[in-house]
Design a protein around this ligand. Structure first.
Ligand SMILES: [Zn+2]
Length: 433
Protein backbone atom coordinates (compact mmCIF):
# COMPACT_ATOMS: atom_id res chain seq x y z
CA UNK A 1 0.00 0.00 0.00
CA UNK A 2 1.39 3.38 -1.03
CA UNK A 3 1.04 6.66 0.84
CA UNK A 4 -2.01 7.72 -1.20
CA UNK A 5 -4.03 4.69 -0.13
CA UNK A 6 -3.33 5.27 3.55
CA UNK A 7 -4.19 9.00 3.24
CA UNK A 8 -7.47 8.03 1.59
CA UNK A 9 -8.16 5.53 4.38
CA UNK A 10 -7.50 8.17 7.03
CA UNK A 11 -9.75 10.64 5.27
CA UNK A 12 -12.57 8.09 5.02
CA UNK A 13 -12.19 7.08 8.64
CA UNK A 14 -12.40 10.73 9.71
CA UNK A 15 -15.43 11.37 7.48
CA UNK A 16 -17.08 8.26 8.83
CA UNK A 17 -16.41 9.21 12.46
CA UNK A 18 -17.62 12.77 11.92
CA UNK A 19 -20.77 11.32 10.37
CA UNK A 20 -21.33 9.23 13.48
CA UNK A 21 -20.83 12.22 15.80
CA UNK A 22 -23.27 14.34 13.77
CA UNK A 23 -25.82 11.54 13.67
CA UNK A 24 -25.53 11.06 17.42
CA UNK A 25 -25.95 14.78 18.15
CA UNK A 26 -28.92 14.98 15.79
CA UNK A 27 -30.83 12.13 17.42
CA UNK A 28 -29.61 12.36 21.03
CA UNK A 29 -28.09 15.82 21.60
CA UNK A 30 -27.23 17.77 23.66
CA UNK A 31 -24.28 15.60 24.68
CA UNK A 32 -20.83 16.28 26.12
CA UNK A 33 -17.61 15.18 24.43
CA UNK A 34 -17.28 12.49 27.13
CA UNK A 35 -20.83 11.24 26.36
CA UNK A 36 -19.93 10.98 22.67
CA UNK A 37 -16.76 9.07 23.49
CA UNK A 38 -18.71 6.67 25.73
CA UNK A 39 -21.46 5.92 23.18
CA UNK A 40 -19.23 5.66 20.09
CA UNK A 41 -16.25 3.93 21.67
CA UNK A 42 -13.96 6.57 20.11
CA UNK A 43 -11.22 7.87 22.40
CA UNK A 44 -11.66 11.31 23.98
CA UNK A 45 -8.82 12.96 22.03
CA UNK A 46 -10.27 11.76 18.72
CA UNK A 47 -13.73 13.05 19.72
CA UNK A 48 -12.26 16.47 20.64
CA UNK A 49 -10.50 16.77 17.28
CA UNK A 50 -13.63 15.72 15.36
CA UNK A 51 -15.83 18.12 17.34
CA UNK A 52 -13.44 21.07 16.81
CA UNK A 53 -13.61 20.55 13.08
CA UNK A 54 -17.42 20.22 13.12
CA UNK A 55 -17.63 23.47 15.13
CA UNK A 56 -15.34 25.11 12.57
CA UNK A 57 -17.70 23.90 9.80
CA UNK A 58 -20.65 25.46 11.74
CA UNK A 59 -22.38 22.07 12.08
CA UNK A 60 -21.93 21.70 15.83
CA UNK A 61 -22.27 24.32 18.55
CA UNK A 62 -21.52 24.53 22.26
CA UNK A 63 -24.71 25.32 24.18
CA UNK A 64 -23.65 25.62 27.83
CA UNK A 65 -22.56 23.52 30.77
CA UNK A 66 -24.26 20.25 31.71
CA UNK A 67 -24.65 18.69 35.14
CA UNK A 68 -21.50 17.49 36.87
CA UNK A 69 -21.04 13.75 37.38
CA UNK A 70 -18.43 14.32 40.09
CA UNK A 71 -15.77 16.50 38.49
CA UNK A 72 -15.86 19.57 36.28
CA UNK A 73 -19.20 20.39 34.64
CA UNK A 74 -19.00 19.33 30.96
CA UNK A 75 -19.70 21.59 27.96
CA UNK A 76 -22.74 20.35 26.05
CA UNK A 77 -22.86 20.14 22.27
CA UNK A 78 -25.75 20.10 19.81
CA UNK A 79 -26.21 19.94 16.08
CA UNK A 80 -26.40 23.55 14.85
CA UNK A 81 -29.83 23.27 13.25
CA UNK A 82 -29.47 26.74 11.71
CA UNK A 83 -26.16 26.03 9.97
CA UNK A 84 -28.06 25.67 6.71
CA UNK A 85 -31.49 24.77 5.38
CA UNK A 86 -33.27 22.60 2.82
CA UNK A 87 -36.44 23.05 0.78
CA UNK A 88 -39.20 20.46 0.51
CA UNK A 89 -42.00 20.81 -2.04
CA UNK A 90 -45.22 18.96 -2.76
CA UNK A 91 -46.39 19.29 -6.35
CA UNK A 92 -49.98 18.34 -5.66
CA UNK A 93 -52.95 17.85 -7.95
CA UNK A 94 -54.62 21.15 -6.98
CA UNK A 95 -51.95 22.86 -4.85
CA UNK A 96 -48.24 23.57 -4.45
CA UNK A 97 -46.86 23.38 -0.91
CA UNK A 98 -43.31 24.50 -0.17
CA UNK A 99 -41.59 24.27 3.22
CA UNK A 100 -38.14 25.39 4.32
CA UNK A 101 -36.65 23.10 6.97
CA UNK A 102 -33.71 23.59 9.31
CA UNK A 103 -31.18 20.78 9.77
CA UNK A 104 -33.39 19.14 12.43
CA UNK A 105 -36.22 18.97 9.85
CA UNK A 106 -38.22 21.65 11.66
CA UNK A 107 -40.24 23.90 9.33
CA UNK A 108 -39.09 27.55 9.42
CA UNK A 109 -41.18 28.79 6.46
CA UNK A 110 -44.12 27.37 4.54
CA UNK A 111 -46.57 28.47 1.89
CA UNK A 112 -49.36 26.73 0.05
CA UNK A 113 -50.83 28.07 -3.20
CA UNK A 114 -53.62 26.86 -5.43
CA UNK A 115 -52.63 25.05 -8.65
CA UNK A 116 -54.84 25.54 -11.69
CA UNK A 117 -55.62 22.05 -13.02
CA UNK A 118 -54.77 21.49 -16.69
CA UNK A 119 -51.76 23.83 -16.75
CA UNK A 120 -48.87 22.51 -18.87
CA UNK A 121 -46.03 20.88 -16.91
CA UNK A 122 -43.31 23.45 -17.66
CA UNK A 123 -45.55 26.34 -16.52
CA UNK A 124 -46.36 24.39 -13.36
CA UNK A 125 -42.71 23.65 -12.61
CA UNK A 126 -41.83 27.33 -13.24
CA UNK A 127 -44.52 28.41 -10.77
CA UNK A 128 -43.24 25.88 -8.24
CA UNK A 129 -39.68 27.21 -8.76
CA UNK A 130 -40.92 30.77 -8.07
CA UNK A 131 -42.48 29.60 -4.82
CA UNK A 132 -39.26 27.79 -3.85
CA UNK A 133 -37.29 30.99 -4.60
CA UNK A 134 -39.68 32.95 -2.32
CA UNK A 135 -38.99 30.47 0.50
CA UNK A 136 -35.22 30.65 0.01
CA UNK A 137 -35.32 34.47 -0.01
CA UNK A 138 -37.44 34.56 3.16
CA UNK A 139 -34.89 32.69 5.28
CA UNK A 140 -32.20 34.70 7.04
CA UNK A 141 -28.64 33.96 5.86
CA UNK A 142 -26.95 30.83 7.25
CA UNK A 143 -23.30 29.74 7.02
CA UNK A 144 -24.00 26.82 4.66
CA UNK A 145 -27.08 28.24 2.90
CA UNK A 146 -29.44 26.12 0.80
CA UNK A 147 -28.27 22.48 0.88
CA UNK A 148 -30.72 21.10 -1.65
CA UNK A 149 -34.32 20.82 -2.84
CA UNK A 150 -36.57 17.78 -2.54
CA UNK A 151 -39.81 17.52 -4.50
CA UNK A 152 -42.63 15.03 -4.04
CA UNK A 153 -44.81 14.36 -7.09
CA UNK A 154 -48.02 12.35 -7.42
CA UNK A 155 -46.88 9.52 -9.67
CA UNK A 156 -44.05 7.02 -10.18
CA UNK A 157 -40.61 8.61 -10.61
CA UNK A 158 -37.52 7.20 -12.29
CA UNK A 159 -34.68 6.95 -9.77
CA UNK A 160 -32.16 8.48 -9.91
CA UNK A 161 -32.80 11.33 -12.29
CA UNK A 162 -36.17 12.57 -11.09
CA UNK A 163 -38.21 12.01 -14.26
CA UNK A 164 -41.94 11.80 -13.45
CA UNK A 165 -43.06 8.86 -15.57
CA UNK A 166 -46.80 9.04 -15.26
CA UNK A 167 -49.21 11.12 -13.19
CA UNK A 168 -52.78 10.21 -14.15
CA UNK A 169 -54.31 12.67 -11.67
CA UNK A 170 -52.27 15.53 -13.20
CA UNK A 171 -52.70 14.25 -16.77
CA UNK A 172 -48.88 14.19 -17.20
CA UNK A 173 -46.63 11.61 -18.79
CA UNK A 174 -42.83 11.68 -18.83
CA UNK A 175 -42.00 15.08 -17.30
CA UNK A 176 -38.32 15.76 -16.38
CA UNK A 177 -39.20 17.66 -13.18
CA UNK A 178 -35.67 17.37 -11.75
CA UNK A 179 -34.06 18.59 -14.99
CA UNK A 180 -36.42 21.59 -15.24
CA UNK A 181 -35.63 22.65 -11.65
CA UNK A 182 -31.87 22.18 -12.17
CA UNK A 183 -31.99 24.91 -14.84
CA UNK A 184 -32.98 27.30 -12.05
CA UNK A 185 -31.19 26.09 -8.88
CA UNK A 186 -27.55 25.00 -8.69
CA UNK A 187 -27.97 22.73 -5.67
CA UNK A 188 -28.68 18.99 -5.34
CA UNK A 189 -32.29 18.28 -6.36
CA UNK A 190 -34.14 15.07 -5.61
CA UNK A 191 -37.55 14.28 -7.08
CA UNK A 192 -39.49 11.34 -5.72
CA UNK A 193 -42.97 9.95 -5.42
CA UNK A 194 -45.07 11.82 -2.84
CA UNK A 195 -45.84 8.70 -0.83
CA UNK A 196 -42.12 7.87 -0.60
CA UNK A 197 -41.55 11.39 0.74
CA UNK A 198 -44.45 11.00 3.18
CA UNK A 199 -43.10 7.66 4.40
CA UNK A 200 -39.71 9.22 5.08
CA UNK A 201 -41.22 12.10 7.07
CA UNK A 202 -43.09 9.61 9.26
CA UNK A 203 -39.87 7.67 9.76
CA UNK A 204 -38.05 10.79 11.01
CA UNK A 205 -40.90 12.25 13.05
CA UNK A 206 -43.02 9.42 14.35
CA UNK A 207 -41.49 6.02 13.84
CA UNK A 208 -39.46 5.95 17.08
CA UNK A 209 -37.58 2.68 16.78
CA UNK A 210 -39.48 1.35 13.78
CA UNK A 211 -37.39 0.98 10.65
CA UNK A 212 -39.88 -1.05 8.58
CA UNK A 213 -42.84 1.10 7.71
CA UNK A 214 -45.70 1.11 5.21
CA UNK A 215 -47.27 4.48 4.40
CA UNK A 216 -50.66 4.92 2.69
CA UNK A 217 -51.25 8.35 1.18
CA UNK A 218 -55.00 8.54 0.52
CA UNK A 219 -56.02 11.55 -1.58
CA UNK A 220 -57.24 11.96 -5.15
CA UNK A 221 -55.36 8.69 -5.72
CA UNK A 222 -53.79 6.12 -3.42
CA UNK A 223 -50.00 6.23 -3.14
CA UNK A 224 -47.91 4.02 -0.91
CA UNK A 225 -44.36 4.35 0.35
CA UNK A 226 -42.39 1.41 1.70
CA UNK A 227 -39.47 1.82 4.13
CA UNK A 228 -37.31 -1.25 4.73
CA UNK A 229 -34.40 -1.08 7.20
CA UNK A 230 -34.69 2.71 7.39
CA UNK A 231 -34.48 3.27 3.62
CA UNK A 232 -37.16 3.89 1.00
CA UNK A 233 -37.63 0.73 -1.03
CA UNK A 234 -37.52 1.86 -4.68
CA UNK A 235 -37.28 -1.37 -6.66
CA UNK A 236 -35.23 -1.84 -9.83
CA UNK A 237 -35.98 1.55 -11.44
CA UNK A 238 -37.56 3.61 -8.70
CA UNK A 239 -41.24 2.85 -9.16
CA UNK A 240 -41.87 0.35 -6.34
CA UNK A 241 -44.82 1.07 -4.07
CA UNK A 242 -47.65 1.35 -6.61
CA UNK A 243 -49.77 -0.66 -4.20
CA UNK A 244 -52.80 1.48 -5.13
CA UNK A 245 -52.83 -0.27 -8.49
CA UNK A 246 -53.07 -3.81 -7.19
CA UNK A 247 -56.33 -5.42 -8.33
CA UNK A 248 -58.97 -5.89 -5.64
CA UNK A 249 -61.93 -6.62 -7.91
CA UNK A 250 -61.31 -7.71 -11.55
CA UNK A 251 -64.70 -6.34 -12.61
CA UNK A 252 -64.54 -3.24 -10.41
CA UNK A 253 -64.68 0.42 -11.52
CA UNK A 254 -62.24 1.65 -14.20
CA UNK A 255 -59.00 3.10 -12.80
CA UNK A 256 -56.94 6.06 -14.07
CA UNK A 257 -54.14 3.55 -14.87
CA UNK A 258 -56.31 1.82 -17.48
CA UNK A 259 -56.98 -1.27 -15.37
CA UNK A 260 -60.18 -2.08 -13.48
CA UNK A 261 -60.90 -2.54 -9.80
CA UNK A 262 -57.52 -1.32 -8.46
CA UNK A 263 -57.35 -0.67 -4.70
CA UNK A 264 -57.25 3.05 -5.55
CA UNK A 265 -60.73 2.88 -7.11
CA UNK A 266 -62.05 1.85 -3.67
CA UNK A 267 -59.74 3.92 -1.47
CA UNK A 268 -59.44 7.56 -2.60
CA UNK A 269 -61.33 10.84 -2.30
CA UNK A 270 -63.09 9.97 -5.58
CA UNK A 271 -64.26 6.68 -4.08
CA UNK A 272 -65.48 8.51 -0.96
CA UNK A 273 -67.65 10.79 -3.12
CA UNK A 274 -69.01 7.73 -4.95
CA UNK A 275 -69.98 6.07 -1.64
CA UNK A 276 -71.72 9.29 -0.58
CA UNK A 277 -73.68 9.56 -3.83
CA UNK A 278 -74.59 5.87 -3.55
CA UNK A 279 -76.12 6.54 -0.16
CA UNK A 280 -78.35 9.25 -1.65
CA UNK A 281 -76.52 12.36 -0.38
CA UNK A 282 -77.91 15.30 -2.41
CA UNK A 283 -74.73 17.30 -2.76
CA UNK A 284 -71.21 16.00 -3.33
CA UNK A 285 -69.00 17.63 -0.73
CA UNK A 286 -65.27 18.11 -0.19
CA UNK A 287 -63.42 15.62 2.00
CA UNK A 288 -63.21 18.21 4.79
CA UNK A 289 -67.00 18.71 4.62
CA UNK A 290 -67.50 14.93 4.85
CA UNK A 291 -65.33 14.89 8.01
CA UNK A 292 -67.38 17.77 9.48
CA UNK A 293 -70.65 15.98 8.67
CA UNK A 294 -69.33 12.80 10.32
CA UNK A 295 -68.30 14.83 13.40
CA UNK A 296 -71.85 16.19 13.54
CA UNK A 297 -73.19 12.59 13.54
CA UNK A 298 -74.52 12.58 9.94
CA UNK A 299 -75.17 8.91 9.18
CA UNK A 300 -74.42 9.00 5.43
CA UNK A 301 -71.01 10.62 5.95
CA UNK A 302 -70.15 8.13 8.72
CA UNK A 303 -71.19 5.20 6.54
CA UNK A 304 -69.23 6.46 3.46
CA UNK A 305 -66.08 6.85 5.58
CA UNK A 306 -66.59 3.40 7.10
CA UNK A 307 -66.96 1.92 3.61
CA UNK A 308 -63.67 3.52 2.53
CA UNK A 309 -62.03 2.38 5.77
CA UNK A 310 -63.15 -1.20 5.11
CA UNK A 311 -61.42 -1.29 1.73
CA UNK A 312 -58.38 0.48 3.12
CA UNK A 313 -58.31 -2.28 5.77
CA UNK A 314 -58.00 -4.86 2.97
CA UNK A 315 -55.00 -2.92 1.60
CA UNK A 316 -53.45 -2.64 5.07
CA UNK A 317 -53.95 -6.37 5.74
CA UNK A 318 -52.28 -7.20 2.38
CA UNK A 319 -49.38 -4.88 3.26
CA UNK A 320 -48.98 -6.48 6.70
CA UNK A 321 -49.02 -9.99 5.22
CA UNK A 322 -46.53 -9.06 2.48
CA UNK A 323 -44.07 -6.75 4.25
CA UNK A 324 -44.42 -7.50 8.00
CA UNK A 325 -44.03 -3.78 8.87
CA UNK A 326 -43.62 -2.45 12.41
CA UNK A 327 -45.65 0.61 11.56
CA UNK A 328 -48.51 1.27 9.11
CA UNK A 329 -49.33 4.96 8.67
CA UNK A 330 -52.53 6.36 7.13
CA UNK A 331 -51.70 9.74 5.58
CA UNK A 332 -52.76 12.14 2.83
CA UNK A 333 -56.01 14.19 2.83
CA UNK A 334 -58.05 11.19 4.15
CA UNK A 335 -55.34 10.60 6.77
CA UNK A 336 -55.82 14.17 8.03
CA UNK A 337 -59.22 12.97 9.32
CA UNK A 338 -57.86 9.49 9.88
CA UNK A 339 -59.73 8.87 13.14
CA UNK A 340 -62.90 8.63 11.01
CA UNK A 341 -61.61 5.58 9.15
CA UNK A 342 -59.22 3.98 11.63
CA UNK A 343 -61.81 1.84 13.44
CA UNK A 344 -63.10 0.26 10.23
CA UNK A 345 -59.51 -0.25 9.03
CA UNK A 346 -58.60 -2.05 12.26
CA UNK A 347 -61.77 -4.17 12.23
CA UNK A 348 -61.01 -5.50 8.74
CA UNK A 349 -57.29 -5.92 9.40
CA UNK A 350 -57.99 -8.01 12.50
CA UNK A 351 -60.12 -10.33 10.37
CA UNK A 352 -57.84 -10.54 7.33
CA UNK A 353 -54.19 -10.13 8.33
CA UNK A 354 -52.17 -13.14 9.49
CA UNK A 355 -51.97 -13.18 13.29
CA UNK A 356 -48.17 -13.19 13.69
CA UNK A 357 -47.26 -10.18 11.49
CA UNK A 358 -50.40 -8.41 12.79
CA UNK A 359 -49.18 -8.81 16.38
CA UNK A 360 -46.03 -6.83 15.46
CA UNK A 361 -47.73 -4.02 13.49
CA UNK A 362 -48.96 -0.69 14.86
CA UNK A 363 -51.53 1.12 12.69
CA UNK A 364 -51.58 4.89 13.17
CA UNK A 365 -52.75 8.11 11.55
CA UNK A 366 -50.07 10.38 10.05
CA UNK A 367 -48.42 12.74 12.55
CA UNK A 368 -47.80 15.39 9.88
CA UNK A 369 -51.09 15.33 7.95
CA UNK A 370 -51.06 17.16 4.64
CA UNK A 371 -47.54 18.49 5.15
CA UNK A 372 -46.00 14.99 5.27
CA UNK A 373 -45.00 14.96 1.59
CA UNK A 374 -43.35 18.42 1.53
CA UNK A 375 -41.52 17.81 4.83
CA UNK A 376 -40.46 14.34 3.69
CA UNK A 377 -39.16 15.75 0.39
CA UNK A 378 -36.91 18.12 2.39
CA UNK A 379 -35.84 15.20 4.60
CA UNK A 380 -34.62 13.38 1.46
CA UNK A 381 -31.94 16.07 1.21
CA UNK A 382 -31.19 15.90 4.95
CA UNK A 383 -30.94 12.10 4.80
CA UNK A 384 -28.17 12.43 2.22
CA UNK A 385 -26.49 15.30 4.06
CA UNK A 386 -26.29 13.22 7.25
CA UNK A 387 -25.54 9.95 5.50
CA UNK A 388 -22.56 8.25 7.05
CA UNK A 389 -19.99 7.35 4.39
CA UNK A 390 -19.15 3.70 3.93
CA UNK A 391 -15.86 2.61 5.42
CA UNK A 392 -15.09 -1.08 5.31
CA UNK A 393 -11.59 -2.31 5.89
CA UNK A 394 -11.00 -6.03 6.27
CA UNK A 395 -12.44 -7.41 9.48
CA UNK A 396 -13.09 -4.01 11.06
CA UNK A 397 -16.22 -2.38 12.41
CA UNK A 398 -18.69 -1.53 9.67
CA UNK A 399 -21.09 1.44 9.98
CA UNK A 400 -23.86 -1.10 10.58
CA UNK A 401 -21.99 -2.65 13.49
CA UNK A 402 -21.27 0.72 15.09
CA UNK A 403 -24.69 2.24 14.46
CA UNK A 404 -26.47 -0.86 15.66
CA UNK A 405 -25.67 0.40 19.16
CA UNK A 406 -27.09 3.90 18.64
CA UNK A 407 -30.69 4.89 19.21
CA UNK A 408 -32.21 5.76 15.86
CA UNK A 409 -29.19 4.28 14.12
CA UNK A 410 -29.92 2.92 10.69
CA UNK A 411 -27.68 0.49 8.91
CA UNK A 412 -27.52 -0.70 5.31
CA UNK A 413 -26.89 2.67 3.71
CA UNK A 414 -26.64 2.83 -0.06
CA UNK A 415 -23.28 4.41 -0.92
CA UNK A 416 -24.35 5.20 -4.49
CA UNK A 417 -27.59 6.95 -3.63
CA UNK A 418 -26.67 10.58 -4.00
CA UNK A 419 -27.79 12.03 -7.35
CA UNK A 420 -26.14 15.45 -7.00
CA UNK A 421 -25.89 17.66 -10.09
CA UNK A 422 -22.26 16.69 -10.62
CA UNK A 423 -22.77 13.08 -9.59
CA UNK A 424 -20.73 13.74 -6.45
CA UNK A 425 -21.54 12.39 -3.03
CA UNK A 426 -22.50 14.87 -0.43
CA UNK A 427 -21.55 16.16 2.96
CA UNK A 428 -18.33 14.75 4.35
CA UNK A 429 -17.63 12.64 1.28
CA UNK A 430 -17.96 15.56 -1.14
CA UNK A 431 -14.82 17.26 0.15
CA UNK A 432 -12.73 14.25 -0.84
CA UNK A 433 -12.93 15.08 -4.55
ZN1 LIG B 1 -55.03 1.40 -11.25
Amino acid sequence: MGPYASTADQFLVKAFNQGIVLHLLRVQGPLSRADIAKVTGLNKTTVSVLVEELIHRHLVQEVGMGASSGGRRPMLLTLNARAGFVVGADLGVDYFLVVVLDLQAQPIWKRRVHRVPGTDPSTDVRQLADLIADGVAAVSPTPLGLLGIGVGVHGPVEHPGGRLLFAPNLGWTDVPVGELLRERFQVPIVVDNEANAGALSELWYAAQDADTLFYFSVGMGLGTGIVINGEIYRGAAGTAGEFGHTTIDPSGPPCTCGNRGCLETFVSERALMRYLQGSGAEKVATTQEVFQAADAGEARAISALAQLGGYLGIGVANAINTFNPQLVVIGGPIGSGGHHVLNSVRRVVERRALPFPLSRARIVVSALGEEACAIGAGIMILQEFFRIPQVKTAGERTPEAVLGGLKGGRGQQDPMAWPGPDGAHYSTVKSSS
